[in-house]
Structure formats: structure tokens, C-alpha cells
Design a protein around this ligand. Sequence first.
Ligand code: AVJ
Length: 329
Amino acid sequence: MTTIEPEITIEVHLDADSAAAMARDVRLGLSAEFKELAPKYFYDDRGSRLFEQITELDEYYPTRAERGILADRSPEIVAAAGDPATLVELGSGSAAKTRHLLSAMRDAGCLSTYVPVDISEEITHDTAQCLVDEYPGLEVHGLVCDFEHHLERIPERSGSRLIAFLGGTIGNLYPDARREFLARISGLLEPGDRLLLGTDLVKERRRLEAAYDDAGGVTAEFNKNVLAVLNRELGADFDLDAFEHVARYDAEAGRMDIRLRSLAEQRVRLDDLDLEVAFDAGEEMRTEISSKFTRDGLEAIYAEAGLGLAGWFTDPAADYALSLAQRVD
Ligand code: AVJ
């Protein structure tokens, strides 16, 4: 039977013109003296599959570490979050790790509503369907949108909320964008609400660089895939073999700096932008930053956004942290 379940509602707020936004973004990034592309363009179907493969690599510890923390400590996290009625998850995807939190909320007797926020309508639908089957009585209010821009669409509050932003994705934001993003989250939090944030932690260079430059070359393929995305979406003619993957830890900035290095002097055309771009031999173009945090650093970042640390949960090796934050007024 294919009826719409009464406990599921899904709202779609996608930008009418994401293609125009991408064109604008890429033109700007490739016209700058230091070329740069935004990491959100990695994730077409192939890129999303490659990222899934990355999460299973021996060298890439963050996903495993985060899953371990959620598997071991969700009851504690839920209690420290004040037994929230609603779990809002930014970038929910298939909600693989979320089930630990939902189960802990159910077991604590507080679970009422799950609000997945994701850019894929299909995945949000499928996830909602699976979850109402797995958690009898659960209401799912999905939002299909780019959460960097439509945070304020999150529905009205009924009971306290836990807003989860997992996976370490906040590491992709530069300090300015991060400050703005956290300030907007802070603005959504009411007394009793909490933010649950996943962050990778500072550690020795060797392990960080290995995590972003695996021996099997999956991350290199993932990185170069952004060029295939531009070829398809913008009529570009990047030769993927004419670039190599570069992943360096910038200890001063506290972040992985991920780039593509042009192996030769070359010109690339982007037909849809009517743009030609020149690369010098050895020139590097940034495709992603992935910031690494410390507890003190994160406390300072929270403070700037009017937030205070309300819980700190790491894996046994302290490679990765889930932190709880609340508004301090
Ligand atoms: C999805 C942004 C958390 O920064 O570790 C993994 C992306 N890039 N390997 C990260 C990524 C290369 C990942 N995030």
C-alpha cells in the first residue's frame, strides 16, 4: 500500500536557481589570483559514493570515531541535553548514526519528533519512511533545503530540542562563515535547547595527512571528481590526469588544506561561463579546508556565538569530539 503516512511531513525549500549560483561561484573562484572551489561541489552521485568509501578507509578515522561515541554514549548525551522531545539533524542523509540518538531518546521516554534537514529530497523521504517504521509514534517533519541558507525554516518548537550537526562538516567553513553559522544556530536555541556538534580534533600531522591522502588513492579520486562535476555541469574541459591531489596540514591555521596541483602549464575552457582559465605548472587550487579543533579553541568559538560548552564526549583515543552547547544570556 502506498499511502502517505500521517506522521510524515516534508517541506521543500530549494533555491530556484542553484545552477546560476554554481556558475557565479565557480567563475569567482577560478578568476581569483589564488584559485579555489567550494567543497559542496564534490558531492554528485559519484562524489557521494567516493565519500562513502572514504569513511570506510583504515586511514580515515573520523566517521568511525564519531559512530563509536554515539554507539557508546548516546544515553549520556541525551541526558546531558535535558531529555529533548525533538531531534533536528542538519545534513541528515540516511541518518545512519542518528539512530543511536533516537533510540536513546525513545528509551528515556522523551522522543516525539525528528526533523531531518537535507538537500536530497529522495533520501529525506526514504529516511523518514524507514524511521516511522522503526520508531512507532515518531513524527518526522523533514526539510529539504540548503541548511547553510534556510536554517530559520526549522519548525516551531514543542518541547526542548537537540540540534545535531554531525560528521565534522563544520570543519569545511572558514572562520567568518563558521561564526555566522553558529550565531544563527545560537539564535534558534531557546532556553533548554542544545546544539550537538561533531568536530575532528587536532592531532599529529602524520595521521591527519594520511586520513586525507590514503594509500589506495580514494581521496585523490574524490578530490579530482570536482573537476568532472565542472566538466558536466559547466561544459568545462578539465583533464583529470593533468592534476594531482595535495593534502597538507596547516598547523598554524589548524586545518587540512586540500588542493589540486596542475602538473603542467595549461588552459581550461568552461563553455557555459564563456571563460578560459590558465594554470601554471605546479600551480595549486584549493578545493577544501577541513578544520581541526581543540576543546579550548571550540569553547572560544562557542563564546563568540553566545554559546557555552555543556558537554564534551570523545572516543577513547580523543581523536574526535561531540560537544553540547547551549545559549548563555
Ligand atoms: C565531510 C567535510 C567532514 O573534512 O573530513 C574527507 C570531507 N574530504 N576526505 C572531512 C573529506 C576529504 C570531510 N567532511
